[in-house]
Design a binder for this molecule. Structure first.
Ligand code: C2E
Ligand code: MG
Ligand code: MG
Length: 663
């Protein structure tokens, strides 16, 4: 494209130069012609005056013409006028055009004509027509001037032509004068013409250039993404299609990689859109850095990119690019003073086995991308036919989420929490359920990450908060309600206001509400998150660290924020660990640590009596698990509460639980 632009510019420049050259050349020709004409006219005028002067100063001219010798006076007169001004020579012809006198050969007067065999045709013509004849010649100094005119004019007496005189006029100096004067004027004229035509011409030229570059930009933008300068989706698909049809029948493979930045929305929300945009540009650069010449790299839109590669001999090579792309994108980045690591997931499809055409290939790569996301992100997956079913399932759940939002179709279940002996009901944890038609319920472990990706989790989470508080407000006052928060809710600046409003609307006392967050919330620990948590605590709400021990930095989380409670993850009580002698000491250490930090310790996933006894023996404060009750619908909660009342000694109802429930 740059080449074409250059050749356009060159052509325009050449046209301008050619135009100016023609203008200058024509002006030069006109100038010379004008000067020659002026020289001619002037020489003729001079010759006429000179002829009149001759006729007056040489009264016996008629006699001389007739062949009489020159008188001394006439001779002296002729000699005096011979080199008069710029007349340097003259000749006289008789009325028939025959030469009889030449000023530089006066001695031969009269005899000259005898030597002539012919008439001088110019002189003869002047005799015949009565019109003067002038011609301009170039001479060779010193013999002749560099430029002179020969002008034949009639010498008249009493209305008769008595002779013809040919006057030689030296016009060398005159021409120079004329040339200088006319050249200056012509130059000025040319300058005016050039400005008159040139300025608009130059303007037109630059306007054309601007139009050309605007056209080029429009063409570029039609095919590329403005932010990253990568190909856009339409261009990518068209070019990929063209390649695929060309490669048809060849033995080599084509790979298409679908690349999506993990949690890009969070990146945007945390650092602002400027940082998000700059990161997309950085991703484009990083993809270029690991690609080969000839690879197609495109930004499909938002945080989605695609790369197509040709000529692979085996699927393994395609996978190795996907691996490199994952690795290069996950390099630490520093943008606008923010240091962060953002990762990407990659789905890879290979032609011809995963699709023959561009659309099918990209769709297969997209399916593989979903699989990579489901595998925990920051990784790649190569398409497999079984993934289609997984994608369809995912899309079905996404539709169910939308449907539940539209029709208030979510449900809350409540799982009881007991004291360590399992004798006192302390409260419930609200657990979200998505009904799935006849198929029962969809697990929150499946639909909550999807709702997070769909950007709907805050909306859903706020509904859970409101509903759980509304329901719990009707329970006996010593019972607490625990609600799980998603990272998006915690990052929202409105969380504290929302919780205050819900507490006020439901009439639930703040000290009965526990908000559960997981380690992941604090990994991206920002001052804003810690401030929100502190403000919630100030409201009187308890903050609980959920799923304690599952992450890499559970311990360090405890120093970052003064949690009211920690919930040991149920994986510590799993079958594999049941007979592990170390498990008890680890659990004991966690409990002791929690207590030393003034935190209540709860164990989740208690399914068997031995587990409960172990937890009791190590002073774990509270227990939650199928042993004490599964998550139940709201209408079964009342029965559990009644059971708890029924199981207490009749004389001291509700005395102890208040103490234990306060965390
Ligand atoms: P979680 O907060 O750790 O909730 C406890 C999970 O353990 C629940 O799974 C519960 O049914 C399960 N559980 C309790 N006792 C036992 C047991 O003895 N054995 C076994 N095997 N499992 C037990 P559930 O309801 O499937 O929820 C899974 C996760 O989904 C929750 O883990 C929580 O992280 C998330 N979740 C649930 N509701 C919400 C919600 O409203 N908002 C958010 N953000 N997350 C939620
Ligand atoms: Mg929880
Ligand atoms: Mg948990």
């Amino acid at each position: 494209m740059r080449k074409i632009a250059l050749s356009h510019r060159f052509q325009a420049l050449m046209t301008l130069v050619a135009g100016l050259s023609i203008l200058m050349g024509s002006a030069g020709l006109v100038l010379n012609h004008t000067i020659d004409t002026v020289i001619e006219r002037e020489a003729e005028l001079k010759a006429r005056n000179w002829a009149r002067y001759l006729a007056e100063g040489l009264p016996e001219i008629e006699k001389v013409v007739a062949g009489e010798a020159l008188s001394p006076a006439s001779r002296a007169f002729i000699e005096s006028i011979n080199s008069n001004g710029n007349v340097f020579r003259f000749k006289l012809f008789d009325a028939e055009g025959k030469l009889f006198l030449a000023s530089d050969a006066l001695d031969k007067t009269g005899s000259i004509q005898k030597n002539l065999t012919t008439h001088n045709p110019h002189a003869a013509n002047v005799v015949k027509t009565g019109k003067a004849y002038t011609a301009v010649y170039k001479g060779k100094p010193p013999g002749k001037p560099a430029l002179y005119a020969e002008s034949y004019v009639p010498v008249m007496k009493e209305g008769r032509t008595i002779a013809i005189v040919e006057v030689y006029v030296d016009q060398t100096a005159h021409k120079e004068l004329l040339r200088t004067a006319v050249s200056t004027e012509t130059f000025l004229l040319l300058a005016i013409v050039a400005i008159g035509f040139g300025v608009p011409g130059i303007r037109v030229y630059f306007l054309n250039r601007m139009k050309q570059s605007a056209d080029e930009r429009v063409r570029f933008l039609a095919l590329h993404d403005a932010m990253t300068s990568l190909m856009n989706r339409a261009n990518f698909m068209e070019t990929l299609s063209a390649h695929l049809s060309k490669e048809q029948g060849s033995k080599t493979l084509t790979a298409v990689h679908y690349i999506d930045i993990d949690h890009f929305k969070t990146l945007n929300d945390s650092f602002g859109h400027d940082v998000g945009d700059a990161f997309l540009v950085l991703v484009a650069e990083r993809l270029r850095s690991v690609s080969r010449p000839g690879d197609l790299i495109a930004r499909l839109g938002g945080d989605e990119f695609a790369v197509a590669q040709f000529g692979f001999s085996g699927a393994r090579n395609a996978a190795s690019y996907a691996k490199r792309a994952v690795k290069v994108i996950a390099q630490p980045a520093t943008i606008n003073g923010h240091d962060f690591v953002a990762t990407a997931s990659v789905g890879t499809a290979i032609a011809p086995q995963h699709g023959h055409d561009a659309t099918t290939l990209l769709k297969s790569a997209d399916v593989a991308l979903y699989a990579a996301k489901a595998n925990g992100r920051d990784c790649y997956c190569v398409f497999g036919p079984e993934m289609n079913a997984a994608l369809e399932e995912r899309q079905r759940i996404e539709r169910a989420i939308w449907n539940a939002i539209k029709t208030s179709g979510f449900d809350l279940h409540y799982q009881p929490q007991f004291n360590t002996e399992g004798t006192r009901l302390l409260g419930f944890e609200a657990l979200l359920r998505l009904p799935d038609g006849d198929k029962g319920l969809i697990s929150p472990d499946i639909f909550i990450p999807l709702a997070e990706e769909m950007g709907l989790i805050s909306q859903i989470g706020n509904w859970v908060l409101g509903e759980a508080c509304r329901v719990a407000a009707a329970w006996p006052e010593h019972l607490t309600i625990a609600v799980n928060l998603s990272p998006a809710q915690l990052e929202s600046v409105e969380l504290v206001d929302t919780v205050s409003r819900i507490l006020a609307e439901s009439g639930l006392s703040p000290n009965r509400l526990e908000l559960e967050i997981t380690e992941g919330h604090l990994l991206k620990e920002t001052d804003a998150v810690l401030t929100q948590l502190a403000e919630l605590k100030t409201l009187g709400v308890a903050i609980v660290m959920d799923d304690f021990g599952t992450g890499y930095s559970s311990m360090s989380c405890l120093w970052r924020f003064p949690f009211d409670k920690i919930k040991i993850d149920r994986s510590f009580l799993s079958e594999e660990r049941a007979f592990d002698s170390n498990a008890a000491s680890v659990l004991k250490t966690i409990v002791t640590l929690g207590h030393s930090l003034d935190m209540v310790v709860t164990a989740e996933g208690v399914e068997r009596l031995e587990q409960a006894s172990l937890l009791q023996s190590i002073d774990c404060d509270q227990l939650q698990g199928f042993l004490f009750g599964r998550p139940m619908p709201q209408d079964e909660v009342a029965a559990t509460i009644l059971d708890d009342f029924a199981s207490r000694p009749p004389d001291i109802p509700g005395e102890e639980p208040e103490e234990q429930a306060a965390v």
